[in-house]
Structure formats: C-alpha cells, structure tokens
Design a protein around this ligand. Structure first.
Ligand code: SAH
Length: 271
C-alpha cells in the first residue's frame, strides 16, 4: 500500500470516510488519502480527514453549498475520469460507506465504461455507527435477529416503497435520510400494523461530540424530534429502547467534561 501512488497512477479509489469521527476511517482508507494526488470529496465527510493528505494534493469539493448550484453526478464523473486519465491517483472520499446510499455503484459503472481502473475501500456506514454510538445493538438474541436499512427520502410518491408493509415488520429498521419524512414514515408503519408504542431513536450527528439522541415511539417521535436536523439516522424497533441503558458515548462525554472541569478547578485553586 505504501507504493500506491507510483503503482496506481491513473486509478480511482472510492474510499469510505466513516460516519464523522475521523478516527473511524479504515487504515487502508487513510493510507490512500496520504498517497492521493487528487481528493474529490462530499459534504458529509469530516474535513479534519483532509489533514491526512499531502500539501501538494489537490482538493475538489463536490458537495452542496447553500445558495450555489450543486455539482451534478455527471460533472463528478467527468472530474474523476479526467483526473485519472491525466495519470493522477484519485481518491473519491464519501461519507460512511461508498456503496450505502452513496452513488458509489454509479461511479464504478462509469469508471468501468471508461476503462479507468478503480478500487473500493469500504467505510463504516452511519447505518451501523449511529446505533452503536447511541447504545443500540441492532441485533440482540432477545429482540432482533435481523435489521433492515432503508432510505426515508423517497417514502412518498415512489415505487421504492411498494413493500412498506414488510418494513412494518422488520425487527430493527434503520432509516437514513428520513428526518424530513419522520411523520410520514411513522404514520406509514402504524398504518401497516406496527404498534404506535414501538420505540424510536433519532440520532443526530452520530460520533461527533455534538451527537444528540432523541428517544420516543412511533406515535410521538415526530413531535419530540421536531428540532432535529440532518444528518440523522432513525432506528425503529424494540431494541431502540436500549439507548436508555447503554448510552456509553453520552456517558463518556459527560465524564470527560466533568474531568476537564475538575482539572480546571484544581488549576484555579493551585494558582
Ligand atoms: N454513505 C453514507 C450514507 C449517505 S446518505 C453512509 O454509509 O453512512 C446520508 C444519510 O446518512 C444522512 O441523511 C443520514 O441519515 C446518514 N448520516 C450520515 N452521517 C451521519 C451522522 N454523522 N449521524 C447520523 N446520520 C448520518
């Protein structure tokens, strides 16, 4: 891997950046960043990761900027192809995992069609990291032997949700991109037979220090989470209730704040 840049000139690496905490990128992903000539990155990646790159590397932001037209998928493909064709080692850095609602598949198809070699370096998807950091095991022998991950973006007016009836019976349902449709999602699940009292946790900015978890049930979560803004991951099912017992990350943050406050007090006292 150390020789990546020389061996793999003209190649694109689709790298999963993980959910936010920069330490959650894989070792292989961080090595690719260190070696890259060009980094093409999205809005949801933690910009701290760019510190791993060399000073000479070129950084191209292709996420949405408020008030500016967003870069289209075709434009992104064109950039990747042009940079690779000019002999650069390109890292396409994406939030979470590139193949989980990340259009990684489309980009690979396009690269293949243009004879560009590519590699995929998986990342920790927020679908897994958000429940972990909220203290929700998404499987547990007592209450869930399967989990389902869906997008909540296209809930209404789309064929994608033809099988919504099945989703109502998923052991643990993990919804990405669902915050704006939280009310519709809950209503749909109840309509298809899920109990209104089913636990729901909404995890905002998972793995960041600013992480927030709102807990409720299908009936009241829309109201309870009205202040939540994206990015957030929704976990629905009996196991979501475990965030009340196993909130290890929240406790860690509290402990850390208390220790720093104590240290501050001691320093003040010493002076
Ligand atoms: N490829 C990404 C998902 C991209 S879709 C992955 O594997 O994680 C974007 C959605 O991911 C957001 O709308 C949100 O639902 C979720 N998401 C991304 N980062 C998140 C974070 N730090 N906390 C909670 N949810 C997050």
């Amino acid at each position: 891997m150390n020789e990546l840049r020389n061996i793999h000139r003209g190649k694109v690496y689709l790298v999963g950046a993980g959910p936010g905490d920069p330490d959650l990128i894989t070792v292989k992903g961080s090595k690719a960043l260190e070696q890259a000539d060009v980094i093409v990155y999205d809005r949801l990646i933690n910009p701290e990761l760019l510190a791993l790159t060399t000073e000479e590397s070129e950084h191209i932001y292709v996420g949405k900027t408020p008030g500016k037209p967003s870069v289209s998928q075709e434009q992104i493909n064109t950039i990747l192809i042009a940079k690779a064709k000019s002999g650069k080692m390109v890292v396409r850095l994406k939030g979470g995992d590139p193949f989980v609602f990340g259009r990684g598949g489309e980009e690979c198809e396009e690269l293949k069609a243009n004879d560009i070699s590519y590699e995929v370096i998986p990342g920790i998807s927020s679908a897994l990291a958000a429940p972990s950091f909220a203290g929700i095991p998404i499987t547990h022998r007592k209450a869930g032997r399967s989990f389902t991950v869906v997008t909540g973006h296209t809930i209404t007016g789309s064929d994608t949700f033809k099988n919504w009836g099945h989703l109502a019976y998923a052991d643990t349902l993990v919804v990405l991109m669902g915050v704006r449709n939280l009310g519709a999602i809950s209503a749909e699940l109840i309509e298809h037979g899920r109990d209104g009292g089913t636990p729901v946790a909404v995890i905002e900015r998972a793995t960041y220090e600013s992480q927030k978890v709102v807990y409720g049930n299908l009936e009241n979560i829309k109201e309870k989470a009205s202040e939540t803004s994206p990015p957030a991951t929704i976990v629905i099912g009996e196991l979501a209730a475990m965030c009340n017992d196993l909130s290890w990350f929240k406790e860690l943050k509290q402990e850390y704040t208390e220790t720093t406050q104590e240290a501050q007090l001691l320093t003040n006292y010493a002076v």
